[in-house]
Design a protein around this ligand. Sequence first.
Ligand code: CAA
Length: 258
Amino acid sequence: MEFIIYEEQDNIAIITINRSRALNALNSNVLKELDKVLDRVNLDRIRALIITGSGDKSFVAGADISEMHKLTKAEGEVFGKRGNDVFRKLETFPIPVIAAVNGYALGGGCELAMSCDIRICSENAVFGQPETGLGITPGFGGTQRLARLISVGKAKEMIYTARNIKSEEAYRIGLVNGVYPQEELMEQALKMASNIAKNAPIAVRAAKKAINEGLDADMNSAVKIEEVLFGSCFETEDQQEGMAAFLEKRKANPFMNK
Ligand code: CAA
């Protein structure tokens, strides 16, 4: 792959968007490769995924403006769908995904981070949806996910004014879970990923599904979704070992994803 670096550390996968000459901006080829690499993740073995950008300046500086600037209305819609399809795949990816935002997360970059389950960032990170200043709307999920993640009023302010925000403000409004010095960011992402990976994978994945699907449903349907997923964890080897270890006052054996 030309624009994606894929690595594994034990049961954690790391995807790095690697198009540093354009600050990791997303053109169609980067989106295609991102889509492909997700299919390659071995979900029997890998328990958490980290997404970051190459270099120390930019996570992703947006969708590629040079590719977009000549698009027709119809082509614009197709380009939006391409991004939306990949980001939705990421959002519904069976295992937790952490965005390690190591610099600019603008437009499609902010939207990529918002498609992940959890965002942490470096002190130099800058978030924003600058699209209205370019004559377009956010088009890879920004109008939908930002308003769901932070307050509706704040999301509208960010999108209408196209004002970028720094890491401290992103933390204050709940867009990121933590801010770290650049050199500690990956270490912190890996620490969080390995804390996730220690827990029973079937339960973690069921929890992700319950949260995501429940948020899209009314409360009566949402609790039903939870009940089914809660039930699905029983009779698994990991549930039996986790509970037996508690009752026998011993440390549980490593979970086997069974
Ligand atoms: N698309 C295409 N190329 C980009 C890019 C983008 N989104 N962002 C940066 N680049 C390119 C620049 O054109 C430049 O290339 P050249 O060296 O060939 O000229 C290179 O990356 C380095 O960028 P700068 O020289 O601009 O670097 P800087 O440090 O002066 O500024 C920046 C950094 C503030 C991030 C600035 O690059 C910038 O504003 N980028 C655009 C950010 C943006 O508007 N993103 C939203 C895009 S629209 C979108 O994402 C739509 C959607 O929702 C789907």
